[in-house]
Design a protein around this ligand. Structure first.
Ligand code: AMP
Ligand code: ZN
Length: 473
């Protein structure tokens, strides 16, 4: 499988350290609010990556954190803890907020068929691991204490910016417009490993540490949680593109200084879901959730389809019109699959050919839009329905669009409607005459028949499965 690696800015052949198990880490949600559908785009594409790796034969161990402490309003270590902000907003405790929004996050993941990683670890579970890493970094000369906080010293690194060739000035978080400069930092890019109460008095969750009572920085949680469950090397680290800097850059700095060797081989970044006014973000306050889509009548599967239709390394623009197009495509697809009958033997050669096209799409840096095209190829393939159904069920192990389940449900609904349809020889004869008139392009007669029936209180409904009728009450 070829994957684009943000660290080398190239598509590379994916080779895990150990062929028996791929180690994958995902930055989890900051649980101070509902996940918006932008966050969920990242989780959908990471889910597709994990399932694709499994599909091509790898065993995957995947770990994800839950950020329930330490993520401040600005990624540059300033402002209030986001969790505290959420607790104040809702007049609840930080732990209540964390529980509520963690549950809400997994409920959304369930609706979108996003598989739960094998290990999910809340950041507040691993305080002793953070303290150990910070102590080691201080002992190695990679970190220092200033103003009550512990900072990572970026001047000890050979290379700090891993993901981009931008101007240092552009990236320097500490000197960005509107971000207050922290005078404790020796270098503008240094970042906090451990905060103490001396700086942030109203932080809700605090723990004792060798540097005083305080709490961990945001970046350290991902390094420690990954190492706790996956050891000293990592194959793939995934996250949204906004996490590349400073979050992932800082993760690499502290992890490799701590370990004394390379940590992660492949960096997988999902680009943003944008609206007309830019990136969808929780802090802007106005954002779309899965529940809101459902309230408006959208099946969450349609949002998954919408995401799969575009490549993860392209920004995706959300609009209701674009989503409606995905609805039309999904409904048509399911209606077609519902017509397939699971009869006869599977044509193994034809199935292998269909699977090959699908696999190639995934292996080309997770080209999900081509993988969706491979689904349409199945519909048109010259093989029996049983083979088509087998291919679709197989592809859905990765796509997770409920292709077979939704088609079964639709078929059952159609059969129930059929069974409930009242029979009347006169009306059925009139319908047959109307169909014949339409076939002969005698639309005037067809319309007259429909209007005559209407006058008798009978309404005709044209459906893809034929003409239905109902009596006016
Ligand atoms: P957060 O809950 O803010 O920590 O973000 C959770 C995940 O969503 C991270 O991997 C972010 O990089 C990602 N993310 C945030 N905003 C967007 C967006 N508009 N589109 C795609 N991914 C996003
Ligand atoms: Zn992270």
């Amino acid at each position: 499988m070829y994957l684009y690696n943000s660290a080398t800015r190239k598509k590379e052949l994916f080779v895990p350290n150990n062929p028996d198990i791929v180690k994958m880490y995902t930055c989890g949600p900051t649980v101070y609010h509902y996940a918006h559908i932008g966050n969920l785009r990242s989780y959908i594409m990471e889910d597709v990556l994990e399932k694709s790796l499994r599909y091509v034969g790898y065993n995957v161990k995947r770990v994800m954190n839950i950020t329930d402490v330490g993520h401040l309003a600005s990624d540059a270590d300033t402002g209030e803890d986001k969790m505290l902000k959420g607790a104040k907003r809702e007049n609840k405790t930080v732990m209540d907020i964390a529980k509520f929004y963690t549950d809400a996050f997994f409920a959304d993941c369930d609706k979108l068929n996003i598989k739960r990683p094998e290990v999910v670890e809340p950041a507040t579970n691993c305080i002793s691991e953070y303290i150990h890493m910070v102590e080691t970094l201080i002992a190695k000369g990679s970190a220092y204490v200033a103003g009550g906080n512990v900072y990572f010293d970026t001047s000890t690194l050979e290379k700090y910016y891993v993901f981009n060739d931008h101007d240092e000035e552009d990236l320097a978080v500490g000197v960005r417009e509107g971000v207050e400069e922290d005078t404790n930092k020796k270098n503008k890019n240094d970042f906090v490993l451990w905060f103490t109460k001396s700086k942030f008095e109203d932080q809700a969750l605090k723990w004792d540490s060798p540097w005083g009572v305080g709490y961990p920085g945001w970046h350290i949680e991902c390094s420690c949680i990954s190492m706790k469950h996956l050891g000293e090397d990592l194959d793939i680290h995934a996250g949204g593109i906004d996490n590349a800097f400073p979050h992932h850059t800082n993760e690499i700095a502290q992890s490799e200084s701590y370990l004394g060797h390379k940590w992660c081989n492949y960096w997988f970044h999902v680009h943003h879901l944008n609206t007309d006014s830019g990136k969808m973000s929780k802090s802007k306050g106005e954002f779309l959730t899965v529940s809101l889509l459902e309230e408006k009548g959208y099946d969450p599967m349609v949002y998954r389809m919408f995401c799969l239709q575009s490549h993860y390394r392209r920004n995706l623009v959300f609009s209701w019109e674009n989503l409606d197009n995905a609805v039309a495509a999904y409904d048509k697809l399911i209606a077609k699959i519902a017509t397939f009958k699971n009869e006869g033997d599977i044509d193994e050669a034809a199935l292998a050919q269909l699977k090959e096209r699908f696999t190639k799409a995934l292996e080309a840096d997770l080209n999900t839009s081509l993988a969706v095209t491979a689904v349409y190829d199945v519909l048109k393939a010259k093989c029996n329905d049983a083979t088509k159904l087998a291919a679709l069920a197989d592809f859905d192990k990765v796509l997770s669009l409920n292709l077979i389940e939704a088609a079964d449900k639709l078929r059952k609904k159609q059969e129930a409607e059929e069974a409930a349809q009242e029979h009347d020889p006169y009306i059925e004869d009139m319908i047959a005459q109307r169909q014949a008139a339409k076939k002969n392009k005698d639309f005037a007669l067809a319309d007259k028949i429909r209007d005559d029936l209407k006058a008798q209180g009978i309404t005709l409904i044209d459906t893809p499965q034929g003409v239905k009728w109902k009596r006016e009450q």
